[in-house]
Design a protein around this ligand. Structure first.
Ligand code: FES
Length: 149
C-alpha cells in the first residue's frame, strides 16, 4: 500500500482519497501502550483545538523512559499518533525523547492526511508536557504528594 493521495478519475465528481500507510493502519487497529501507568514519573493531558484530548504517562527508571502509555478520546489517526509517539519515546532518555516532533511521528507512521497532521502534533506536544512534568517532579519530588491523581 502506498502513502499519498490518489484520485478515482471520475472527472468533475473526482474525489481525493487518502491511502493510509500499512504502519498507520496497524497502529490504528492495534494501538500500543494504551492505558494509564499508576504513580507515573511524568503525566500530561492536553485537549487540542479540535476538542480531542490525549493523555500520556511515563515510567522513568535509571534515567531512561522505560514505559510510555497514552489514552485519547480522539479518532483513529489520533490513536495511531499516541501509539507511535509512545513507541518512539520508549527506551530514550527524557531529554532525547523531548526532541520528538510532530514530523517524527508523521514520518514513523508513513504520513497522515493533511486534515489529520494535527493529531501527530497533539501527540508530540503531550509527550513533551509529560517529560516536563517528569523533570519538574524529579527536581522537587515532594510535589508528588500534591499530585491530583
Ligand atoms: Fe483531533 Fe485527531 S482529530 S486530534
Amino acid at each position: 500500500m502506498t502513502n499519498g493521495h490518489s484520485t478515482n478519475g471520475r472527472g468533475a465528481a473526482e474525489q481525493t482519497e487518502y491511502v493510509y500507510s500499512e504502519t498507520a493502519i496497524d497502529h490504528m487497529r492495534n494501538p500500543r501502550n494504551v492505558g494509564l501507568i499508576s504513580s507515573p514519573d511524568g503525566q500530561a493531558s492536553i485537549t487540542g483545538p479540535c476538542g480531542d484530548t490525549m493523555e500520556i504517562w511515563l515510567r522513568v527508571a535509571d534515567g531512561v523512559i522505560e514505559r510510555a502509555s497514552f489514552w485519547t478520546d480522539g479518532c483513529g489517526t489520533t490513536i495511531a499518533a499516541g501509539s507511535m509517539v509512545t513507541e518512539l519515546a520508549r527506551g530514550k532518555r527524557p531529554a532525547e525523547a523531548f526532541r520528538i516532533e510532530q514530523q517524527d511521528v508523521l514520518d514513523a507512521l508513513g504520513g497522515l492526511p493533511d486534515g489529520s497532521v494535527h493529531c501527530a502534533l497533539l501527540a508530540s506536544n503531550t509527550l513533551k508536557q509529560a517529560i516536563q512534568d517528569h523533570l519538574a517532579y524529579r527536581s522537587e519530588p515532594w510535589k508528588r504528594a500534591y499530585r491530583k491523581r
